[in-house]
Design a protein around this ligand. Structure first.
Ligand SMILES: *Cc1c(COP(=O)(O)O)cnc(C)c1O
Length: 489
């Protein structure tokens, strides 16, 4: 399969699309057949399988260049999630909540980042690449830890994670700075997540294929959701949710289901849209923004405008002004790389672009959008707890808030992207309780309240020593990467 760049100047086979992460022209790799006749996928057959079987079928369709996908899927998931269905579907009032946080780091990114290292390792072996693969990742909190957990000690790989200094929760920071493994580095950058993402993108552009890295036997890749190998595994839980509703007799085959998705970089929700393109009867995708409502505004007005201050919220993984994966949606809806390149250049240079009315109409056929402020998020956490005795984290709260009072004939699945135990201070505050003590005292307080056990991986952080203490300015990113490469060369 040939993947094309969204900006029209680059292509790669599946192995290299996964290894390179980003296209050489700065665009993202896309499968151009998705949604055309030739994209045929036996989605009904897929729904008959168990979770790992669905993952294998979907991954084989999206990344056909990888042999032995069944084995890669088993290595990624078996024994790593605390329930066999991977992502359980739980009734909460009139809604369904899809818990995506049963993996090793208690956030939905585990679904993709358990799989990606297996793909990278396989791509390296299959393509005969001699270099070690250096993974560069900018994180708003959850990706970093999930990537570290996926890549640590995977042969032929190294990983370097940058997170915004002061921009992640205490538990998230502890998760990252305590990471073990001989092939890992973690560094705080002075700036917000957008600064981080931009610094890493810039370093990527200037170091990819550079003699400096080649001399150290390294090749760059990315674990951010711009990587096709990161996006593909995220389709599976839309199928899992649909299959579960079928199994419970809540829908008949072919009936539409709406999905509400807490959104930041637009990867999670785009996977839902791709699932729809493969045939899954997805109704509306409800894009839930937090107080950084750039996507909600875009879907309302057709104007994407990042010229605003980034608000630090209680849902840091959604504190994003440039949602990278939106570029893929623009590509698919326009099928015109020149349009995409034009918009992305405008965004980079002027901070704003507008799409044609016809394009906006098409977006709104598939997407609704709502933004949720901090006060609303707190009220939502409290309301869901008081009415349903169900605890949600502040990211998930944005999605619950987005569907509150919404009229739809279709059943609605709300994606829950993080365990409430990852953000205990915010959750306690929302419930009107005093979040005294450190993060661990807070998770204890929540556990006592709701009776669900703290995920084991989070409990273990209590004893773990801090191993990574570096803090640097964004301008030093490239030098830091080279020095890290040197240390281990
Ligand atoms: C990353 C993340 C999101 C946003 O997902 P995108 O794919 O970036 O839109 C939402 N919630 C949590 C907890 C996350 O970690």
């Amino acid at each position: 399969m040939i993947y094309l760049s969204t900006r029209g100047r680059g292509q790669a086979d599946g192995l290299n699309a996964v290894l390179d992460g980003l296209a050489p022209d700065g665009g993202l790799f896309v499968d151009p057949t998705l949604g055309r006749e030739s994209a045929a996928f036996d989605w009904q057959g897929c729904l008959q399988k168990d979770a790992l079987g669905m993952a294998e079928a979907l991954m084989s369709r999206l990344l056909p260049d990888f042999p032995g996908m069944g084995e890669l899927v088993r290595r990624a998931y078996e024994g790593k999630f605390d329930c066999p269905e991977l992502t359980p579907l739980v009734p909460v009032g009139d809604l369904w909540c899809l818990e995506l946080y049963h993996g090793p780091t208690a956030a939905f990114k585990d679904v993709a980042l358990s799989m990606l290292p297996q793909l990278i390792r396989a791509a390296r072996e299959e393509s005969g690449a001699k270099e070690e693969i250096l993974i560069l990742t900018a994180t708003s909190g959850d990706t970093g830890k999930a990537a570290l957990e996926g890549f640590h000690d995977v042969p032929g790989t190294r990983i370097l994670v940058f997170y915004p200094h002061g921009g992640v929760s205490e538990i998230q920071r502890r998760q990252m700075v305590t990471q073990r493994g001989d092939n890992v580095s973690v560094c705080a950058l002075e700036g917000n997540f957008d600064d981080c993402q931009r610094a890493v993108k810039r370093a990527f552009a200037s170091l990819a294929g550079s003699p400096a890295l080649a001399a150290r036997g390294l090749r760059l890749s990315s674990a951010n959701s711009i990587n096709v190998g990161r996006l593909a595994p995220q389709l599976v839980y839309y199928f899992i949710a649909y299959a579960e509703l079928l199994r419970r007799g809540r829908i008949a085959l072919g009936e539409r289901v709406d999905f509400a998705v807490p959104t930041g970089n637009f990867g999670d929700i785009l996977a839902g849209w791709m699932a729809k393109r493969l045939g899954l009867p997805v109704g509306k995708l409800i894009c839930a923004s937090n107080a950084n409502r750039v996507l909600a505004d875009f879907i309302e007005t057709g104007v994407y405008d990042r010229r605003r201050a980034l608000v630090k919220t209680s849902s840091p993984s959604m504190d994003i002004l440039v949602s990278s994966n939106l570029e893929r949606l623009l590509y698919y809806l326009s099928e015109d790389p020149d349009t995409v390149r034009f918009c992305m250049e405008r965004l980079e240079r002027e901070g704003v672009y507008r799409v044609e009315p016809r394009m906006l109409e098409r977006i709104r056929e598939d997407f609704d959008a709502r933004a949720c402020g901090e006060k609303e998020a707190r009220e939502t956490i409290r309301r869901v707890w008081e009415r349903e005795r169900y605890l949600i984290d502040p990211h998930t709260a944005a999605a619950f808030s987005a569907v509150e009072g919404r009229e739809s004939a279709a059943p609605t699945v709300v994606l829950s992207t993080a365990s409430p135990y990852k953000f205990p201070a915010a959750v306690l505050e929302a419930l009107g309780l005093e979040p005294g003590g450190d993060g661990f005292a807070q998770t204890d307080a929540l556990e006592a309240l709701c009776g669900r056990p703290v995920p084991r991986s989070l409990a273990a952080l209590r004893e773990a020593p801090e191993r990574h203490r570096d803090v640097i300015g964004v301008a030093e990113t490239e030098a830091y990467i080279l020095a890290a490469a040197e240390r281990r060369a």
